[in-house]
Ligand binder design. Structure first.
Ligand code: COA
Length: 258
């Protein structure tokens, strides 16, 4: 018998499904198996009438280091059916309330997945970053559309071109998070808001979310597809090879030739 998959934990209570990234030894870096498990959990939550709200969370010290670089190089996403795209489409199309509790670093997809959450609660140790350029890549998860919309173009350019981390208070100011609390409180706060939502009429929640999002849905899907095609191509190019090689060898990348 296979050992249970411990890197993603799911727990359902009082109408709330909690999906926990649980790979602390690798800073919750996300492998394709983890994307697949999260996509499956979201798909189950979507159809199960007993689940009314989903909460995504990591640990008090780390939300996620983004894609697992080794896994990514060994198993680059192949097409729209790949686990990463199933997950990204799953969060973008999820019709019920989706919350996140974020503490510590939230790198790459660790930040961009939050653009598809309805409510985000952050610990004051949260540090958000989208270092795609520093990895020789381009944005994903429709972040090249949603980040400029959320922050305004110049702040988005700072976040996406420089790729430097910004802290919880700055994320609150630009509207990426709803509230900043201590790291020990973030998960409890997300749970208590999730339970409050779970007690409301699901038909009204779903219809309200649909109406808020409908103007964008097609654009988001198109942007994700275009980003995905560029990301896949750029993964094979010299800049990304240098960036990932440098990460594995624990040295600074040299982009003078790319
Ligand atoms: N993929 C694979 N392994 C990763 C990883 C990732 N994205 N992020 C961290 N790890 C590994 C490290 O290599 C290290 O492994 P080791 O113990 O064998 O040396 C281990 O997880 C612990 O990471 P470390 O960097 O020592 O932790 P930290 O607390 O000093 O820093 C981060 C945490 C998240 C800030 C840092 O790990 C980081 O920047 N990671 C890379 C993030 C990234 O570029 N993600 C985008 C991918 S597209």
């Amino acid at each position: 018998m296979n050992a249970p998959f411990k890197d993603i934990l799911t727990h359902t209570e009082a109408g709330v499904m909690t999906i926990t990234l649980n790979r602390l030894e690798r800073k919750n870096a996300i492998t394709s198996a983890m994307y697949g498990a999260m996509a499956d959990a979201l798909a189950a939550a979507q159809t199960d009438a007993a689940i009314r709200v989903v909460v995504l969370q990591g640990h008090e010290t780390i939300f996620s280091a983004g894609n697992d670089i080794g896994d990514f190089l060994n198993k680059p996403p192949a097409g729209m059916d790949s686990p990463v795209f199933r997950f990204l489409h799953g969060i973008a199309a999820f019709s019920k309330p989706l919350l996140a509790a974020v503490c510590g670093p939230a790198v790459g997809v660790g930040t961009t997945m939050l653009l598809h959450c309805d409510l985000v609660y952050a610990g004051d140790n949260a540090a958000f970053s989208m270092p795609f350029v520093n990895l020789g890549l381009c944005p994903e998860a429709a972040s090249s559309l949603l980040v400029p919309q959320m922050m305004g173009y110049h702040r988005a350019a700072e976040a996406l071109l420089l790729g430097e981390p910004f802290m919880a208070e700055a994320a609150l100011e630009v509207g990426l998070v709803n509230r900043v609390v201590s790291p020990t409180e973030a998960s409890n706060l997300a749970q208590s808001v999730a339970r409050k939502l779970a007690a409301k009429p699901i038909t009204s929640l779903v219809e309200t979310k649909r109406l808020m999002k409908k103007g964008q849905q097609q654009l988001v899907a198109q942007q994700m597809a275009e980003e995905g095609a560029s990301f896949g191509r750029m993964l094979q190019e010299p800049a990304a090879k240098e960036a990932f090689g440098a990460f594995m060898e624990k040295r600074k990348p040299d982009f003078s030739k790319s």
